[in-house]
Design a protein around this ligand. Structure first.
Ligand code: ACO
Ligand code: HSE
Length: 367
């Protein structure tokens, strides 16, 4: 079991890549397992776009198990009998860390007055959290998807803060295709009249736009084979009990339509539309080579850490070629790095699902 929900307020303003700063942001986090006497067994898990700090504990809104409960816990690949696990909600999000829905110093929600942040800004806040917790050097920093971007950013900008980095289903640079999908989602939110220029906290939220954004994004987290296997062209049972019949209208005739509507609507219950805008923007801006003078290798110059890079053969969002690119850069920087492409049918979200080979890789790397 985790400790009670925890948060830490940074005591100084957080400088941002945009040139601005965030006044004393709050970082909400969860911990699992005991920190040992010499503080050498801490693992930081960084979450993906819509993830949160509830990595292995019940989500306070959905009531569902933590998003990596299969991976984190006593005797699990990230073994909390051995490691002290920390997982924090990124700034810009909406599960307790400071974000656009938070109250600004003037007493009103930030909304679009919240500054545009980068992945490096998120990590700067995480480093502030580690400082506050008195953890100088992590045993390992781990992340999938945007979590992997954070781990990469930590490796590049604060290399002394971790001895190992485990990067899963991620990339060192957001591609044009990924920026394009994010832009579709943002436009769906902004086209919802309830979005109201981001100023909706006193009224109804732009759930219709946010649901469409999630539906479009969710497709990118899956794979064609996975969709065919799970739904194919099968028809959805209708609310009136009719089975296997087309409506000759625009109901959710196909199971995949029904599924996407369900995922889209469910998402609006646990996520803030403005946070979605800010976090997707941070991901789009992520380009580690560009941050380090144009050569990815230079981002890792002088690192003494060990790296493990994992990709999935069905992930077309962050394909294996992007992982290879990271591995080549790490090799060129002289870093010890192991790399594996795992076979799994679930697309990008494979890192969240039942892929026993991933469990073995994670456990093996931590040993
Ligand atoms: C670090 C992080 O990334 S944290 C964020 C990760 N979490 C999320 O993304 C949460 C939302 N996403 C999901 O649930 C993702 O699909 C996953 C990857 C996490 C889970 O995948 P799976 O276990 O394969 O579940 P699946 O995608 O099939 O969804 C199951 C749900 O869809 C519903 N569903 C399945 N078929 C249909 C259908 N035809 N019509 C309507 N609903 C359907 C199921 O009833 C189930 O509902 P429930 O979640 O309320 O129990
Ligand atoms: N499905 C996960 C991973 C996206 O990269 C999320 O919603 O955060």
């Amino acid at each position: 079991m985790p400790d009670a929900p925890q948060s830490l307020r940074l005591t100084t303003p957080l400088p941002l890549d945009s040139g601005g700063e965030l006044a004393a942001p709050t970082i909400a986090y969860e911990t699992y397992g005991e920190l040992n006497a010499d503080r050498s067994n801490a693992i930081l898990i960084c979450h993906a776009l819509t993830g949160d700090q509830y990595v292995a504990s019940t989500h306070p809104i959905t009531g569902k198990p933590g998003w990596w409960a299969r991976m984190v816990g006593p005797g699990k690949p990230i073994d909390t009998d051995r490691f002290h696990v920390i997982c924090a909600n990124v700034i810009g999000s909406c599960l307790g860390s400071t974000g656009p829905a938070s109250v600004a110093p003037d007493g009103q929600p930030y909304a679009l007055r919240f500054p545009v942040i980068t992945v490096r800004d998120m990590v700067r806040a995480l480093v502030g959290l580690l400082d506050g917790l008195g953890i100088e050097r992590l045993y390992c920093a781990i992340g999938g998807s945007m979590g992997g971007m954070q781990a990469l950013s930590l490796a590049a900008n604060w290399p002394e803060r971790a001895a190992r980095f485990l990067l899963i289903a991620t990339t060192a640079r957001h591609s044009a295709q990924n920026i394009a999908f994010h832009e579709v989602g943002r436009q769906a939110i902004m086209a919802d009249p309830r979005w109201n220029g981001g100023d909706y906290y006193a009224g109804e939220a732009p759930d219709a736009g946010l649901a469409v954004a999630r539906m479009a994004a969710h497709i990118t987290y899956l794979s064609e084979d996975g969709l065919t296997e799970k739904f194919g062209r099968r028809l959805q049972d209708r609310p009136d009990g009719t089975q296997g019949a087309k409506s000759f209208g625009f109901d959710a005739d196909f199971q995949i339509e029904s599924y996407l509507r369900y995922q889209g609507n469910g998402f609006t219950k646990r996520f803030d539309a403005n946070s979605y805008l800010y976090i997707t923007r941070a991901m789009d801006y992520f380009d580690l080579a560009d941050e380090h003078g144009g050569r990815l290798t230079d981002a890792f110059a002088g690192t003494t850490a060990r790296f493990c890079v994992v990709s999935f053969d069905s992930d077309w969002l962050y394909p294996t070629s992007e992982s290879r690119h990271m591995v080549q850069a790490l090799n060129a920087a002289g870093a010890p790095v192991s790399f594996v492409e795992l076979s799994a049918p679930f697309g990008h979200d494979s890192f969240l699902l039942d892929v026993p080979a991933l469990d073995r890789v994670v456990k093996g790397f931590l040993e």
